[in-house]
Design a protein. Structure first.
Length: 267
């Protein structure tokens, strides 16, 4: 009797153990999957292309997030660079154009610090190069060179990085800015020949990995004309002409003059 009763109990125990083992294995598997998902949110993708798209999406800045002192979005940064490139023309030193570009540069720097792997950064750096290379100041040219370094090193495999690398390999890069204005030379008197000055030395070639530099001399400043001296004989501008004095004629006396006494005739 005991044997008959124990047999069903043992069968139930075996079944419970067999069912509990897969459940525990399944729970441990889900825990490992959830931990892996937290570590790599794109780990559940089925292909490399989907994995890349997922990574770019997670590293991109939201479209409604704003950066810098002027609170520009990434579209605002790109539009500022595009408008500045049109306003600059061939080149510019206009402070109004440069101030707008500097606000966009500040926003781009904050954006790159917060989202360093954002794929849209390559486009913004490329647009920044197109406009800052037209700013003929030393600071503007340095910013353009920094953008070039970002594209050729950090975003070298992007479309814009490949364009800049090909341009550097074919044409190189030269920085242009205006030098400090100088006073115009004093004209020499007639018959005096100017002294021979030594010819200017050629600009040395840039170091490897550095741009060439072209400093453009601005027009000279004409000295202000000195006031002409006043002759000593002529009166100065402050002297006033005194009117001539007129002496009044004596007025006749009120008493009548005595009449002469009649002379006696001779007898």
């Amino acid at each position: 009797m005991r044997a008959k009763l124990c047999a069903p109990l043992m069968a139930l125990a075996i079944l419970s153990v067999s069912f509990s083992a897969p459940a525990s294995a399944e729970s441990s598997g889900t825990t490992a999957t959830s931990a892996h998902a937290k570590k790599d949110p794109c780990g559940a993708t089925k292909s490399k292309w989907q994995h890349l798209q997922c990574q770019e999406y997670n590293s991109s800045a939201p479209g409604d997030e704003y950066f810098g002192r002027m609170k520009l979005s990434y579209l605002g940064i790109n539009n500022t660079f595009k408008d500045g490139s049109v306003s600059a023309g061939a080149y510019t030193t206009d402070s109004r154009v440069i101030s707008k570009l500097m606000f966009a540069d500040d926003a781009l720097e904050r954006w790159a610090q917060k989202y360093p792997n954002d794929p849209e950064l390559a486009r913004s750096y490329f647009l920044g190069i197109q406009v800052f290379r037209k700013v003929y100041t030393q600071a503007g040219q340095k910013i353009a060179w920094q953008y070039i370094q970002m594209l050729t090193h950090r975003f070298a495999n992007t479309y814009f990085g490949k364009i800049i690398r090909a341009s550097l390999a074919k044409y190189g890069y030269t920085e242009h800015w205006f030098g400090l204005p100088q006073m115009c030379p004093t004209p020499l008197p007639k018959g005096v020949m100017p002294e021979t000055t030594p010819s200017a030395t050629a600009t040395p070639s840039p170091a490897p990995g550095q741009p060439s530099i072209d400093v453009i001399p601005p027009p000279c400043i004409q000295p202000s004309p000195s006031p002409s001296p006043i002759p000593s004989g002529s009166p100065g501008p402050s002297s006033t002409k005194q009117p001539a004095t007129h002496t009044p004629s004596p007025s006749p006396s009120a008493s009548p003059a005595p009449s002469p006494s009649p002379s006696k005739r001779p007898q």
